[in-house]
Design a protein around this ligand. Structure first.
Ligand code: FMN
Ligand code: SF4
Length: 691
């Protein structure tokens, strides 16, 4: 039974002609599948509806070839042929009684139209938002009329495809409507430029067109960036108040978000839950229409507070719904502690950035619903007729081991987890103690909570396991999830062989720092050849402790891979503010007693960098010794009753936290399964020959 404190979250909300059955609203989010994988996309959205989200929206849906987000794979509604694949998505959502929303977009001068080669369009003639040598053409009155026609036709097609709620999108600086609205991107001096009345003209016209076209058969939503975070040169509160004063009653729902996408989907390292409240508070009072807002909401108490204090009517969520598609259903069933809370890492964003199917650190089934048949809450029970349940030993209680154990437990295996140290959680727990990564704990908390509820999974701490132990207790299967160890010899991307290191030098690794060991002198260099978050996080740790820190990295940017999680600029600014120096495009070639030989990664020139200690954030070595030994002893397995041995997670191949968890999960899903039940479906795109 649900806790009565949360009753308000389950009240229905009328949105124009339709009614949301509760206040949980999955706001638009892309997923790397888009028009290329609509079966997979439909299955993913369907799972959200099944999990209790009253409204489930698509991602950006391009309305015309002049809005072509390639290489990012979004949805398209260019012509009538798109209706059929889109209707698969709305049907999957309707199957569970939820409303299906579609976010129509014309990206204006945000895109370079890399695939269609159409000239980008915008209110002003200017280079496009991406670093492409392409400019947008200033739209004339016939272009504006065409844009309105495309949008109107897309509304009609959306309704034909079964959507209940159609978005007019003026958010994230990604939409031509916002480009017109903002003085930052609109330099016109006709009736569409200059005053805010003129700049909001296109928004007004498109809202009116949309309402007229929908004619009450679908609700019209408007997603609006309520602050571009550009100060007085962009959209700010004052003008937004004017927009709402003029157009507040035009759509059936307002969906407010803040800033460009990187600010809206800020990571936990840079923003806490509910961080958009200061921008959104008070706007709801300017309209009678329901308002949805976002802010990485995972705490039901915080959701209740935002509703009761009049900030919003509907709890918008992208990432919390990715991490736990069953968040509303769990709350409704009185299982709030079982919510798999988003950790705010933006691995989901990285999938879109890299045009791969969406993935999630916390929810390994995300993006796998259709192609592997993984459901986030259902596991096939292991079927071994007439015998005792198989016994599985999981060695290591890090992210992969815990995920494997809880999933195996749910499948009905008898599971024993042995952990050499006193603490469970492995790297997730150790990293959670570093600056900005406290939410990594949730990885461990969720899994330990699930394990605690299972009577068939036991965890033994301080239990180092030898080959004899592993063979001695009659396990059918052994999963070795013993993680990986950071290397101290410089081997990584730049060096495939150990580098020259003087015996007088102090070389530390991230593992050393996480174990509490500290540099012996004040001048510290971090050689970041890993390029994800850890190098920057360790720099932050040390500089705050009083060390003088310099990051040496062969890439042109510090923490270069974090462009994919939209954190790179923020990391750069934070490190700069803290006084961390960065030597980009340099690699460490040699470590001497109190200095490094560093070499320019492009020009090859070397120079000396004085330092007392160097931290190697380069490569890792799998801790796969136990797995290797066991595999070498396969002739003894039969006597021990052992059938399979498998390394999983970082012990198999070091990678992201998300990857370790996924591997642990996959192991559990596939153990004792018939090969025929282990599938990986593909959507084979046929050639479209019709005009
Ligand atoms: C992976 C991902 C993809 C997104 N794609 C879109 C999109 O297509 N359209 C859009 O309006 N917002 C998009 N967003 C932004 C979200 O709708 C939302 O406003 C933002 O993530 C903040 O909400 P959250 O904290 O609940 O994630 C995306 C967010 C994520 C995480
Ligand atoms: S990948 Fe990270 S940020 Fe995205 S939903 Fe999952 S846990 Fe949250």
């Amino acid at each position: 039974m649900r806790d009565s404190r949360f009753d308000v979250l389950f009240e229905p909300v009328a949105i124009g002609p339709v009614v949301a059955r509760n206040r949980f609203f999955q706001v638009p989010h892309c997923n790397g599948m888009g028009y290329r994988a609509t079966e997979a996309l439909a299955a993913m959205r369907g799972v959200k509806a099944e999990g209790g989200w009253a409204v489930v929206c698509t991602e950006e849906t391009e309305i015309h070839p002049s809005s072509d987000l390639t290489p990012y794979v979004e949805l398209r509604i260019w012509d009538d042929r798109d209706i059929e694949p889109l209707s698969k998505i709305s049907s999957a959502i309707h199957q569970y009684g939820s409303l299906a929303g579609i976010e129509l977009v014309h990206n204006g001068s945000h895109v370079a139209n890399r695939s269609t080669r159409e000239a980008p369009l915008g209110p002003s003639a200017r280079p496009v938002g991406w670093v492409d040598p392409v400019q947008a053409r200033r739209m004339d009155s016939s272009d504006i009329a065409e844009l309105r026609r495309w949008h109107r036709e897309a509304v009609g097609r959306s309704i034909a495809a079964g959507f209940d709620l159609v978005y007019v999108y003026a958010g994230h600086s990604m939409s031509v409507i916002q480009h017109f609205l903002s003085r930052h991107s609109n330099d016109r001096n006709d009736e569409y430029g200059g005053s805010i009345e003129n700049r909001m003209r296109l928004l007004r016209e498109i809202l009116e067109d949309a309402r007229e076209e929908a004619a009450g058969s679908a609700a019209i939503a408007c997603r609006l960036s309520v602050d571009e975070l550009l100060g007085p040169t962009g959209l700010e509160r004052g003008e937004i108040v004017e927009v709402l004063g003029a157009l507040g009653e035009h759509p059936d729902l307002w969906d407010f978000q803040v800033g460009p996408w990187s600010e809206d989907s800020s990571t936990a390292r840079f923003q806490p839950e509910g961080y958009q409240e200061e921008f959104v508070r008070g706007l709801k009072q300017l309209t009678t229409k329901p308002v949805v807002g976002v802010g990485r909401f995972t705490s039901p108490d915080e959701m209740v507070r935002q509703i009761k204090s009049g900030v919003m009517d509907l709890i918008g969520a992208a990432r919390p719904s990715i991490a736990d598609p069953f968040l509303p259903a769990k709350l409704e069933a009185g299982r709030a502690e079982e919510i798999r809370e988003c950790i705010g890492c933006n691995i989901c964003v990285s999938a879109d950035m890299l045009s791969t199917p969406v993935r999630c650190t916390q929810n390994p089934s995300m993006g796998e619903e259709w192609r592997r048949g993984w459901h986030p809450e259902k596991m096939a029970r292991v079927m071994v007729a007439g015998t005792e349940p198989c016994k599985v030993l999981v060695v290591g209680a890090g992210p992969a081991g815990l995920e494997a154990a809880q999933a195996l437990g749910k499948r009905g295996f008898e599971v024993v987890v042995v952990e050499a140290s006193r603490d469970v959680g492995g790297r997730a727990m150790k990293e959670a103690a570093l600056p900005g990564l406290a939410s990594w704990r949730r990885v461990v908390d969720y899994r330990m909570d699930q394990i605690d509820r299972l009577t068939n999974v036991e965890v033994y701490r301080e239990s180092p396991t030898s080959v004899d132990d592993a063979l001695g207790f009659g396990f059918d299967h052994i999963a070795v999830a013993t993680g990986a160890t950071w290397r101290s010899d410089g081997v990584g991307r730049s060096h495939l062989r150990p580098i020259k290191i003087s015996p007088e030098a102090q070389v530390l690794t991230p593992d050393d720092l996480m174990a509490g060991i500290r540099p012996r002198g004040n001048r510290v260099a971090i050689f970041d050849d890993d390029h994800y978050y850890l190098g920057g996080v360790l720099a932050e740790l040390l500089v705050v402790e009083g060390y003088s820190v310099e990051i040496v990295t062969p890439e042109p940017l510090v923490s270069a891979w974090t462009v994919n999680t939209m954190e790179q600029g923020k990391i750069h600014r934070r490190l700069n503010d803290l006084g961390v120096k960065s030597l980009t495009q340099y690699l460490v070639a040699e470590v001497e007693g109190a200095s490094l030989v560093i070499q320019h990664s492009v020009l090859g020139k070397s120079k000396i960098l004085p330092c007392d200690s160097v931290i190697m954030v380069t490569g890792r070595t799998s801790n796969d010794g136990l797995a290797t030994e066991l595999l070498e002893m396969s002739s003894q397995w039969n006597d021990a009753g052992l059938r399979t041995v498998r390394a999983v997670g970082d012990a198999w191949a070091p990678s992201t936290l998300a990857s370790a968890i996924w591997w642990g999960h996959r192991y559990a899903r596939e153990l004792e399964e018939e090969p025929a039940n282990i599938f990986f479906r593909r959507e084979l795109v046929g050639q479209i020959t019709s005009p």
